[in-house]
Design a protein around this ligand. Structure first.
Ligand SMILES: *Cc1c(COP(=O)(O)O)cnc(C)c1O
Length: 392
């Protein structure tokens, strides 16, 4: 489908040219593992990115082919689907086979995937360095997560792409917190883009998925080969849920980000560190500090029209003035659910220490859904009063 169409149009129609003359408008879930054989089929004329006929579901299945066409158009490069974000991350490591991995902070599970990759190569054969260390010449993979979990703050894709390329290496961006349409890492020099599609792409807390996008069909074929022969294949139901959800991605994400930006600004205004003295009665004394791309130092370098992100992410963090508040706030709200994960239509809240034992126990992460700003703000104000009244 022509890339001149808008992102929202492509999210709905990009798979249509690959469909037969009487294809179902609403795609089938299609549970089949195997397909009736076509006699005399010339397999050499068929490519797994666009199979003439499907044979066995680990190799290709129509619902996966369809969603990959849509994702390719929406993300901007050939895309392979995986059964989780971590499966996607691990396959990137197998695909690049880096001798050096440069990474700092970010999602803990990715660090565990790197640990296992190093084990498969022999630990001493794969150097692990910080993102801002000097990169040795050679096959270095710089792994940049931006915006960053859990604060939602940005780091420059352009900067790390230049550094990786100068050393002859590659830059992978974990863009989970900045899905389309708010961030396009390819535009700033990324070689590989990863998403945990369990978050915004799936968008409804009901499908565990991951994506890897690359620049060329040859690289896609390498990802397909690794997926097929490590058996890292996606179920039909999850894929079908993704195909349904990606159609509304372009509506959901900016709305969630807009509400999150307003909430971050409001929380900053009542915080001890960034606050204003004129904050409303009953709202002060709860929030210590707030982090969000729109509040970070040099925010205008990152967020706004034509910048790396059109708007700050829908997931961000704040710290409360006491551990007690941070521990109990999530269980004293009615619209936020205390739970791990992010990116879905419903707002979630989590005391960070439950996910990261090294986190400040006063720190709280929120993922903003599609409820209204006024409702979420009122829910938090009511929650503040409840945790203040608690005797623990
Ligand atoms: C959730 C997440 C992952 C891992 O994805 P799963 O789908 O849970 O395997 C990786 N990176 C980031 C930034 C995430 O938020």
């Amino acid at each position: 489908m022509a890339q001149h169409h808008s992102l929202s149009t492509r999210a709905i129609h990009a798979d249509h040219e690959f469909l037969g003359p009487s294809a179902a408008v609403a795609p089938d879930i299609s549970l089949t593992t195997t397909f009736r054989q076509v006699q005399g089929l010339d397999e050499s004329s068929s490519h797994p990115s666009n199979p003439v006929a499907d044979i066995y579901a680990r190799e290709t299945r129509p619902v996966v082919t369809r969603v990959e066409k849509v994702l390719e158009s929406v993300i901007g490069g050939p895309t392979a689907l995986f059964p989780s974000g971590i499966a996607a991350a691990f396959t990137i490591l197998l695909h690049v086979r880096p001798d050096t991995v440069a990474i700092s902070q970010g999602y803990h599970g990715v660090h565990q995937a790197i640990r296992i990759y190093r084990k498969t190569r022999g630990e001493s054969n794969v150097a692990l360095i910080a993102l801002d260390d000097e990169y040795p010449q050679g096959n270095t993979l710089a792994w940049l997560e931006t915006p960053l979990n859990p604060t939602g703050e940005c780091r420059s894709i352009e900067h790390y792409a230049r550094r990786a390329h100068e050393a002859g290496g590659q830059l992978c961006v974990d863009s989970t917190f900045g899905p389309p349409p708010i961030q396009d890492p390819f535009k700033w020099g990324a070689d590989i883009i990863m998403h945990s599609a369990s978050k915004y792409f799936g968008g409804h807390s009901d499908a565990l998925l991951g994506t890897v996008s690359v620049r060329t069909p040859e690289e896609w074929y390498s990802l397909w080969d690794l997926r097929t022969y490590t058996g890292s294949c996606v179920g039909s139901l999850e894929t079908w849920l993704l195909l349904r959800s990606v159609k509304t991605l372009v509506l959901r994400v900016p709305a969630q980000c807009e509400t999150a930006t307003k909430l971050a600004a409001w929380l900053a205004s009542i915080s001890r560190v960034k606050g204003s003295p004129s904050a409303e009665e009953g709202t002060t004394g709860f929030i210590e500090d707030v982090w969000h791309a729109s509040l970070q130092d040099g925010a205008d370098r990152f967020v706004g029209a034509g910048k790396q992100m059109s708007i700050g992410s829908a997931c961000f963090s704040f710290s409360m003035t006491s551990e007690k508040y941070a521990e109990h706030i999530g269980h004293n709200l009615s619209l936020f659910t205390p739970a791990a994960s992010l990116g879905a239509v419903e707002s979630l809240i989590e005391q960070r220490i439950l996910a990261d034992p090294k986190a400040d126990p006063r720190m709280v992460r929120v993922s903003i859904g599609l409820e209204s700003f006024e409702d979420l703000k009122a829910d938090l104000v009511a929650g503040f009063a409840k945790v203040k009244a608690m005797k623990v």
